[in-house]
Ligand binder design. Structure first.
Ligand code: DX5
Ligand code: ZN
Length: 217
């Protein structure tokens, strides 16, 4: 399978959201990556339901929604109604009710993902690897775009892929945070299937070209 590219809307120009959604529609990108932050689980607040609704009205590709919020189970139905195709929750906030949360996501017609922070052991995925569609291995501590990539992520990506292979899981491995055209190849070589890229895409003079480059790796 060719790797998938999911530009992160967090780095878009929110005054020109329709234009930036159209750029992604026209580009070689596969998914829209959408970061929802609550100011509790992470030290930042991004955007919420009304913005997601607008993105859904313009996006012509699947919405890959990354929840960096506490108590995500409260909002599963709402995120389904707003057009989310894949809903990912963090292991760090759902470790005690993860099976219930995954089932809730699937019952609402979405694919389910688990994200792990850079300091969370990849082994925690083992219990859930056959129940999920996506693993997000964070390349930075979540909260902000534009941070530098943490080098240990290559090894963590490899470990997550090893679990997928060991259990014959169909889960894809997504790397989120600090991804650029410079580290993309090494990430793919270590098992990444999906690359999220925010600032590297949107700060470029020609975002479409960067997406194309990431896709061609
Ligand atoms: C980080 C977010 C990322 C972020 C990626 O908390 O989950 O999706 O938008 O941005 P870059 O690619 O700039 O690190
Ligand atoms: Zn994200």
């Amino acid at each position: 399978m060719h790797n998938l590219i999911a530009p992160s809307i967090l780095s878009a120009d929110f005054g020109n959201l329709e234009r930036d959604c159209e750029m992604i529609n026209q580009s070689k990108a596969d998914w829209f990556h959408i970061d929802i932050m609550d100011g509790v689980f992470v030290p930042n607040i991004s955007f919420g339901m009304p913005v997601l609704k607008s993105i859904n009205e313009h996006a012509k590709k699947p919405l890959d929604v990354h929840l960096m919020i506490v108590n995500p189970e409260k909002y599963i139905e709402k995120f389904a109604k707003l057009g989310s195709d894949i809903l990912t929750v963090h292991y760090e906030v759902c470790m005690n009710n993860m099976h219930e949360v995954i089932n809730g996501i699937k019952k609402n017609g979405m694919k389910a993902g688990i994200a792990i922070n850079p300091n969370t052991d990849t082994n925690v995925l083992e219990k859930f690897i056959n129940d999920i569609d996506l693993v997000i291995v964070m390349g930075v501590f979540p909260g902000f775009s534009g941070q530098s990539f943490i080098e240990e992520t290559y090894q963590r990506c490899f470990e997550a892929k090893e679990l997928v292979v060991k259990y014959d899981s169909s889960a894809l491995i997504e790397i989120d945070g600090g991804v650029t055209v410079h580290n993309a190849k090494k990430l793919i070589d270590n098992g990444a299937d999906v690359l999220v890229s925010g600032s590297h895409v949107f700060k470029a003079n020609n975002p479409t070209e960067i997406i194309q480059k990431l896709k061609d790796i």
